[in-house]
Design a protein around this ligand. Sequence first.
Ligand code: ADE
Ligand code: ZN
Length: 336
Amino acid sequence: MRQFIEGLPKVELHLHIEGTLEPELMFELANRNGIEIPYSSPQQIRQAYQFHNLQSFLDIYYQGANVLITEQDFFDLTWAYLQKCQQDNVLHTEIFFDPQTHTNRGIAFATVVNGIHRALQKGQQELAISSHLIMCFLRHLSQQSALETLQQALPHKDKIIGVGLDSSELGNPPQKFAQVFQQAIKEGFLTVAHAGEEGPSSHIQDAMTLLGVSRIDHGVRCVDDPKLMQILQVLKMPLTVCPLSNIKLKVFDSMQEHNVVELLHQGLCVTINSDDPAYFGGYMTDNFHQIALTHPIESKELAQFTRNAIDASFASDDRKQDLIRHLEGYLVQCIQ
Ligand code: ADE
Ligand code: ZN
């Protein structure tokens, strides 16, 4: 099964680039930039990654991002992630970045976006990995701050396909950001939002009606509302689910109790993703594998996660066709 999963063509739709900062690179960048970090080795950093909820993770995660200073740092971070994509046979990826985490420390918006974008171009040219970039607003900050961030993004429209909403869900509902999302849609951005990760299922409904989202990030709490489940089925609203993340942040007590396979069986457009792989212990292959180890699931159902992700992606129709051809080719080769 592991071998099938390793070779399976994959599409990632929920990945925070700051969450791919491996302890070794964090150390290297801290040294390069003369930044003090409260750890003496990469092993010590890994030991500190014990989380009891989303907030306890976010506190450590924002601290880790402090080592990212120059355009080259953002390039190196993104390039390291793309190499993981190549290993895991991820053919297309849609990447979140959190500009406010950096601009609030005095790093220019252009430094962040240009570094990431340059690595993505190289990934397309040298690794044939297609990609899009989605800018997330931090929901623990104000809507005013999000509006200012949207203004900063306008000169970089050609590099950013959409906007999203992440960070602390509890106490920061979708309606807090209705105006900035309306504005972003007017500017031509697609929209997505984290909802129903730690927060209630009503956040999923509100993200659809108030933020006009094309996808829900996480969304696993949808099972609390049978009517919402029907709406998600009928609309084929994609949910970008992140199994290892949900276990590390205690959204579920164990992988056996994770509901992604149940959601798949109920006909929802669910996908598997890695969220913040450097913090949660695994990239795409590991996420697929953990689900396969703990649930009775067939190869064709694992392939369905990729089919759903192709459908749900913001790739062009031509690229979607191409991705389907890769997937079908692989499945045919596996039965021979
Ligand atoms: N930022 C990075 N990872 C996140 C997650 N899982 N939920 C909310 N915000 C995040
Ligand atoms: Zn996330």
